[in-house]
Design a binder for this molecule. Structure first.
Ligand code: FAD
Length: 449
């Protein structure tokens, strides 16, 4: 039997938890067990099929573990004896632990429709060899249908068109692609960019059947229409991978995630922690459980858990939900609540919008129009969310918005924001759209129109 102080089961957030533990507890032995030989950068998966060209260019290097003295065991954990504090692996090995971290992630949701098990129908499993096979198969595809117009579906659609003369159709059940993540005006803009990239979009449509004999030949929609397909990608979301936790008697919570406290400890066992897609999340804004799975949340939880393993250091403040994506060269990003979400929560809000080029003068190379929409609580002026579209700078500007949300900054405080500006790198200080959007919200927040 092997022995360790800290045993971590998982990939992306597992690595982060291990590094955090190493920083806080340099003397502890840390072992990470993960199923895969090679672990992918999960957010980079769509880019395997276009920009980066193959799974070998989308890998988290194991050197990261070695550099942090984390021992890696490539195997699957199959049982946990909580009384004896021992985990058994598939190959028969056992590991005794002092602290255990579940970072077992999530698995794709499989649409329960006829034909979903046909050849060339691919859910997005975060597995190096599997996605390598999909990559090879993609070379001979002529008609690709992607089920689901969330950010994974649209990123796949955009990337799969790159360098390939294939028909790509996204089928989305809601009125617009990305509707669960962004307000209508941003969804419209994103869909226009997708259409410009040559992607066909079928909204308000559900796939009810996948057709073909052994292999897929098409999909049937709920309006009776059929779309030809020799490959189908399922991008309809993920469910937590918590079978092992449940089998080990660990309490599950919202939508079968592992129930954890704000220290990331399971409710069941103070020596067992859970982080990432497998762990329960609560909204930063309402405290209610939410079903958000993002690498940014997963790694934040992992840093918290790693620090708290032997003594409470950090508390999880809840999921703000920050994400960005890029569609046909234009970036879209949201931190916190959109106007639609805030209204669904019954919150009264004031909106501030602004737009500006992201260089000054605007004639600088690669200058791109940045659009900003901020959502403030009407009674307090506190920032609840920000939505953006624009160029590359949007990827970091959304993180500024997130920091302001975390610190519950008000519109008045954002007006006083002192930004560093440079002609080639940022909008003009006069026209800085994040600040100007807050300036425009000040009078309505005071009740003046
Ligand atoms: C295509 C795609 C694009 C995405 N893009 C973004 C993005 O742009 N931004 C963003 O924030 N999020 C994005 N996400 C979401 C993000 O990938 C997940 O939130 C993140 O991967 C969660 O990390 P995790 O460590 O919790 O789980 P996972 O990444 O799912 O890792 C879990 C690991 O645990 C291993 N494991 C499971 N069970 C066992 C066991 N019993 N024994 C040993 N090992 C086990 C698995 O094999 C896996 O390696 C994307 C997801 C997908 C699928």
């Amino acid at each position: 039997m092997l022995k360790t102080d800290v045993l971590i089961l998982g990939g992306l957030s597992g690595i982060t938890a291990g590094i955090s533990c190493r920083r806080h507890y340099p003397d502890k032995k840390v072992v990470l067990v993960r199923k895969e030989g090679t672990v992918l950068i999960p957010c980079g998966i769509p880019y395997i099929y276009g920009t980066v060209g193959g799974p070998e260019h989308d890998v988290i290097p194991d050197g990261l573990l070695k550099n942090n003295q984390i021992e890696l065991i490539k195997d699957e954990a199959v049982s946990v004896d909580r009384e004896k504090k021992v985990v058994a692996l598939k190959d028969g090995e056992t590991i005794a632990y002092d602290k255990l971290v579940f970072a077992t992630g999530s698995l794709p949701i499989i649409l329960p429709i006829p034909g979903v098990d046909k050849k060339n129908v691919f859910p997005i499993v975060k597995d190096y060899n599997y996605l390598g096979e999909v990559y090879k198969k993609m070379e001979s595809v002529k008609d690709l249908v992607i089920i689901g117009g969330g950010f994974i579906g649209v990123e796949f659609a955009d990337e799969c068109r790159k360098g390939r003369d294939i028909n790509v159709t996204v089928v989305e059940a809601l009125q617009q692609c990305l509707q669960l993540a962004m307000d209508d005006e941003f969804c419209t803009e994103a869909q226009e960019k997708l259409a410009e990239a040559g992607v066909n979009i079928e909204v308000n449509s559900k796939v009810v059947e996948i057709m073909g004999d052994e292999a897929v030949t098409g999909v049937k929609l709920d309006n009776g229409n059929e779309i030809k397909a020799d490959m189908v990608i399922l991008g309809i979301g993920a469910k937590p991978n918590t079978v092992l936790a449940e089998k080990s008697g660990i309490e599950l919570g919202f939508k079968n995630t592992i129930r954890v406290d704000s220290l990331m400890r399971t409710y069941t066992d103070p020596d067992i922690f859970a982080v990432g897609d497998c762990a329960e999340k609560h909204s930063f804004f309402t405290g209610r459980p939410v079903n958000t799975m993002l690498a940014s949340i997963a790694t934040s939880e992992a840093r918290i858990a790693g620090a708290n393993l032997y003594s409470p250091v950090h508390h999880n403040c809840g999921a703000i939900s920050v994400f960005s994506t890029k569609i046909n060269g234009r970036a879209f990003a949201v931190a916190g609540l959109t106007e639609r979400m805030a209204k669904e929560y019954g919150m009264k809000v004031i909106i501030g919008t602004d737009q500006s080029l992201d260089t000054h003068p605007g004639g600088m190379p690669d200058s791109t129009l940045t659009k900003v929409k901020l959502v403030f609580a009407k009674e307090t002026g506190v920032l609840l969310g920000g939505s953006l579209s624009g160029g590359k700078s949007v990827g970091e500007l959304v993180n500024v918005v997130s920091a302001c949300i975390l610190h519950r900054m008000t519109a008045d405080e954002i007006v006083m924001f002192q930004m560093g500006t440079h002609p080639a790198l940022t909008p003009s200080p006069i026209a800085y759209p994040f600040v100007n959007a807050a300036c425009k919200a000040i009078l309505p927040l005071r009740g003046c129109d």
